[in-house]
Ligand binder design. Structure first.
Ligand code: PEP
Ligand code: MN
Length: 363
């Protein structure tokens, strides 16, 4: 069961002429000069509204650069004064929150390593009770939507109403081209459950490689995500953290100008034609489900028959034949081998499950 959150819609607290919202800035604040020169270059890109920089960096190993600390907040104050950009910083504990508030940071963000821990989120929430500040909440490291929702709820329950979710990808045991697997189904599900919470995508941490960032940014927009947070450094090759995934301000400018902003709705004719195609899909899906249900009935019958004759459930020769035959048939109809295999595996798993239930039945 989901509880609707009591939030203020993004356009009511951050009116921007350009959507998606673009947040940019270095992974880490390193020197005053690096922060200021990056911000001055970014403010020339009209779509950039918010400047990000990490000053307390959660690193995997303690020997790495762990951020400049509180001094960085003074640099962010200069950014705001000199460029007019809003500023945002990562906070991981109540002390960080207090210091960020003292230095008039505009938006707080909570990182993936903090969101995994409900104790930390609760502590941060307690000190934000009664404070009117926007908070962006990254997904937890692991693909667990409930922990992400839990963090949104904890913040909302103490009165934070200006909430953004940030999708930064998930740790995943399978090797993929991404540093953190995008698993788009998770942010899409979050949007379905909480349609009023904007979701901003962080392609830098998803990709871990600057060459993959443009396509992932476009994909985010095509999936109706509400904005992008992209790490940008005046000299990425010299960056002390995440150097492979930071763009220069010029590269960011080019990326933004190449983004195709598609409309969510079309003309009446378009909507009608779409509606027709969708009802065709609905019908086909209905048939598909009906066929699957009928297949399972036959599977159960086979199960009963095998039980009566004391025959094993899994018969490898038969299974290998099915795979060969169906892959060939599917490929002839233009379906990919990968897709048919995945589908067959899911069907096979369910069939075995059904037959096991039949075998275990007392009667
Ligand atoms: C960051 O934005 O620099 C960061 C540390 O991100 P994440 O929490 O997503 O790893
Ligand atoms: Mn980073």
């Amino acid at each position: 069961m989901t509880v609707q959150l009591d939030t203020i819609p993004l356009p009511d607290w951050l009116p921007v002429s350009f959507l998606p919202l673009i947040i940019a800035g270095p992974c880490s604040a390193e020197t005053e000069d690096q922060v200021l020169s990056t911000a001055h270059a970014l403010v020339k890109i009209p779509q950039v509204k918010v400047f990000r920089a990490g000053i307390w960096k959660p690193r995997t190993r303690p020997s790495s650069f762990e951020g400049v600390g509180t001094i960085g907040l003074k640099w962010l104050q200069r950014v705001k004064k000199e460029t007019g950009l809003l500023t945002t910083v990562e906070v991981a504990n109540p002390q960080h929150v207090a210091e960020a508030l003292d230095h008039n940071v505009d938006i707080l963000w909570i990182g993936a390593r903090t969101v995994v821990n409900p104790f930390s989120i609760q502590e941060i929430s307690e000190v934000l009770k009664g404070v009117d500040i926007p908070v962006m909440i990254k997904n937890p490291l692991n693909p667990d939507i409930k922990t992400w929702i839990g963090a949104l709820e904890r913040l909302n329950y103490v009165g934070i109403k200006k909430i953004i979710a940030i999708h930064r990808g998930f740790s995943f045991f399978n090797r993929t081209p991404y540093r953190n697997s995008p698993m788009w189904e998770i942010p899409i599900e979050l949007k379905r459950l909480f349609p009023t919470i904007p979701v901003i995508v962080d392609p830098s941490h998803i990709c871990g490689d600057k060459d993959l960032i443009p396509a992932t940014s476009q994909k985010a927009l095509d999936l109706e995500m509400n904005g992008l947070m992209i790490e940008t450094h005046i000299q990425p090759e010299e960056a002390l953290t995440d150097k492979e995934q930071q763009l220069t301000p010029d590269q960011l400018k080019e990326l933004i100008s190449n983004l195709v902003i598609r409309k969510e709705y079309g003309t009446i004719e378009f909507e009608n034609a779409l509606e027709e195609l969708r009802s065709e899909i609905d019908k086909l899906d209905e048939e598909l489900i009906d066929i699957l249900a009928r297949r399972m009935t036959v599977v159960e019958e086979i199960g009963k028959y095998k039980k009566e004759n004391n025959i094993t459930i899994l018969q490898l020769k038969r299974w290998s034949h099915i795979i060969r035959d169906r892959v060939l048939g599917g490929e002839n109809l233009g379906l990919s081998r990968d897709f048919i295999l995945k589908l067959l595996e899911a069907i096979h798993e369910e069939s075995i499950q059904r037959q096991t239930e039949v075998m275990n039945r007392k009667s």
